[in-house]
Design a protein around this ligand. Sequence first.
Ligand code: NDP
Ligand code: 8X3
Length: 252
Amino acid sequence: MNRIALITGATSGIGKACAFKFAQNNYNLILTGRREDRLHKIKVKLEEEYNVKIFSLCFDIRKHDEVVSAVASLPEDWKKINVLVNNAGLAAGLDFIQTADLSDWEQMIDTNLKGLLYISKEIIPFMIENKEGHIINIGSIAGKEVYPKGNVYCATKHAVDALTKGMRIDLLEHGIKVSQIAPGAVETEFSLVRLKGDQNAADKVYEGFESLVAEDIAEVSYYVTTMPKHVNINDLLIMPTAQASATNLVRR
Ligand code: NDP
Ligand code: 8X3
């Protein structure tokens, strides 16, 4: 049986690129997201192109009962998960703390923080039983710095940074690796989602600026899994060459 990776948020952007990268490297994959049509198309393409097996699980990671029943529905041989990529997440809105929407805050906290915890809680027991596993949390430059109107999104990514460290400490005795990949700006559907579907505004975020692409993050996410058993990459901050910090970037 090939190694197995579970990738959350695999319907778009970084998660989808990770699915392709891990499939190219002979992983069987469990792919999750809310958009079933996309999950289905990605499954068909990956199975055809790379001759790997794909199990798709369609659920909302904010809903604890959905997470639990989705994982419980996995056949026994699919529970031997080697790699968990905690990628599903979003920014909702770009607003001052004094005017931001409460529902945006709830969505970010519920997805980026509670969702990551819910899925990890279901998968970690399998890794403990297998005495092996690698959890890769997709953090952000927003988990290292805070920028204007980033407030709650930055808080959730700072929490991912802290949780990565906490998981690593608690899972140490079980031989489970825990890594964080923290990207700067990556051109995906991220800005379209953050700006509530305003395509013009989303395009402007990346205009004249050579951002990262999702495949860059997939490359390093796979790379950290290729280290020898005794080596763990704890934290990998990856930025566009054209971006020095959250707020310093050059447009040409
Ligand atoms: P995309 O919007 O392209 O992809 C986000 C993915 O998350 C989608 O597959 C989406 O699936 C999934 N997702 C969102 N909400 C939920 C939910 N409630 N339940 C299940 N799945 C959900 O953005 P990115 O690829 O850019 O984002 C991926 C991760 O990378 C996020 O954690 C983001 O914070 C982080 N990141 C992004 C950066 C960037 O500049 N793009 C930089 C640094 C970090 P679906 O809608 O089908 O449910
Ligand atoms: C996404 C990158 O700088 O928009 O996490 O917060 S940023």
